[in-house]
Design a protein around this ligand. Structure first.
Ligand SMILES: Nc1ncnc2c1ncn2[C@@H]1O[C@H](COP(=O)(O)OP(=O)(O)OP(=O)(O)O)[C@@H](O)[C@H]1O
Ligand SMILES: [Mg+2]
Length: 323
C-alpha cells in the first residue's frame, strides 16, 4: 500500500469521519487491484460491501427526487452503491486522472480549508463503447455517492421553457442531496447555440445549463458525457473542472480486458492473450468485451474445459470492426 494511502487512512481515523474512511478503503481496493493483487482486492471489497449493507443509507431517503411539474414524472434514475459497476480497464494515464478525481473528492474538506475546491464538475468525451457511462458508475462507486442519471425522456419537454425549469429542479435536488449527477450524452442539451433552427429554446436551455454548472455548490459531483465533443457549445468546456478523453483501447488494455472478462474460466495455456489482443487493434472496449463473452459461451456450449484461440477468433469475426 502506498504511503499516501496510509497517511489518508490515519487522517480519516483521526478526523472520525466514516465517509472519508470508506472512501480511503475504496481507494485502497482500487490501488491493490491496480497492483494486480486481485484476490486481496476482492476480499477487501466484499468486506466493504458488507459494511455498506449494514448501514445502508438511512440519510439519503430524506430529500425528494426531482420530478416534472405537470405529471410528476421522475427526472432522474437513481443507482445506489450496490447497483454500480466499477470494474474497468483504462490506460494508466487515464486511470491516474480518475484516481485523482476520487482522491480529491475524499479530501474535499481538507482542500476547502485552504480555499481550494476539489474537482467536482467532470466531462468525459471520446468514441462510443469505451467507458464514458461505465466511468461515471465507477467514480460514483469509488466516492460512495449514489448515481443520479438524468432522464432525458422526461427532462425534455415540448412546453416552452419547461426543459430549462426541469434542469433547474435537477440541480436543486442534487445540491440538497449529495450525489453524482450524471448527464449522459449531454450534447442532447448542450449543443452549440444558434446551430439549430429553434425559436430560442436551445439557447435558453444551454444558458441555463451554463449557469447551473457555474453555480453548482453541492457536496457531490456533476459528471457529463458526450461522444460529440466538437458539437458542444464552446462555453460549456470552461464550466468543467476536468475534461477527460476516454480513448479507444491500445493492445495492452485489450489484453487486460480479455483477461478480466475471461477470469471465471480456464484459458488454454497455448493461448497468448497479448498476441491475440494485437489482432483486435481498432475494436472498442465494448466490442472486445463482447468477443470475450461470446468466446466463453462458445467454449462452454461445446463442453470444453478451456477457452481456446479458435473460440476468440470465431467470436472476433462475428463482431463488426470499428473504424
Ligand atoms: N474501459 C472499459 N473497461 C471495461 N469495460 C468497458 C470499458 N469501456 C466499455 N466497457 C464495456 O462496454 C460497455 C459499454 O461501455 P459504455 O456504455 O461505458 O460506453 P460509452 O463510452 O458510454 O459509449 P456511448 O458513447 O455509446 O454511450 C460497458 O457496459 C462495459 O461492459
Ligand atoms: Mg454512454
Amino acid at each position: 500500500m502506498k504511503a499516501t494511502l496510509l497517511k489518508r487512512l490515519f487522517a480519516s481515523v483521526q478526523a472520525g469521519s466514516d465517509l472519508d474512511l470508506k472512501a480511503v478503503c475504496r481507494a485502497i481496493v482500487a490501488d491493490e487491484k491496480r497492483l494486480g493483487h486481485t484476490k486481496l482486492a476482492e476480499d477487501l471489497e466484499r468486506k466493504l460491501a458488507k459494511a455498506d449493507a449494514k448501514q445502508s443509507a438511512p440519510i439519503r431517503k430524506l430529500a425528494p427526487l426531482p420530478s416534472t411539474r405537470r405529471d410528476s414524472a421522475p427526472l432522474v434514475q437513481v443507482l445506489e452503491h450496490d447497483q454500480l459497476r466499477h470494474h474497468m480497464v483504462l490506460p494508466d494515464t487515464i486511470e491516474q486522472r480518475f484516481f485523482r478525481i476520487e482522491k480529491e473528492y475524499a479530501a474535499r474538506t481538507r482542500l476547502s480549508k485552504f480555499g481550494l475546491r476539489a474537482r467536482q464538475r467532470i466531462l468525459f468525451y471520446g468514441p462510443p463503447g469505451c467507458g464514458k457511462s461505465l466511468g461515471a458508475e465507477r467514480i460514483a462507486w469509488a466516492t460512495g455517492l449514489p448515481l443520479h442519471k438524468v432522464r432525458f425522456d422526461t427532462l425534455i419537454s415540448s412546453y416552452f421553457g419547461e426543459t430549462a425549469s426541469n434542469l433547474g429542479k435537477i440541480f436543486e435536488a442534487a445540491e440538497a442531496q449529495p450525489c453524482a449527477l450524471f448527464l449522459d450524452e449531454c450534447d442532447t442539451i448542450a449543443r452549440a447555440r444558434g446551430a439549430h433552427n429553434d425559436v430560442g429554446e436551445v439557447s435558453r436551455v444551454v444558458n441555463m445549463l451554463l449557469q447551473l454548472l457555474e453555480d453548482y455548490r453541492g457536496d457531490g459531483l456533476v459528471i457529463a458525457a458526450t461522444n460529440h465533443y466538437e458539437a458542444l457549445d464552446q462555453a460549456i468546456y470552461r464550466r468543467f473542472d476536468e475534461a477527460v478523453e476516454i480513448p479507444m483501447p491500445g493492445i495492452i488494455e485489450i489484453a487486460r480486458l480479455l483477461e478480466q472478462s475471461l477470469s471465471a474460466l480456464k484459458v488454454s495455456k497455448k493461448l497468448h492473450l497479448e498476441h491475440f489482443a494485437a489482432s483486435l487493434d481498432g475494436f472498442s472496449f465494448s466490442e472486445v468485451e463482447r468477443i470475450a463473452q461470446n468466446a466463453a459461451k462458445r467454449s462452454v456450449m461445446a463442453n470444453r474445459k478451456e477457452v481456446a484461440l479458435e473460440d476468440l477468433e470465431s467470436a472476433a469475426q462475428d463482431v463488426k470492426r470499428h473504424f
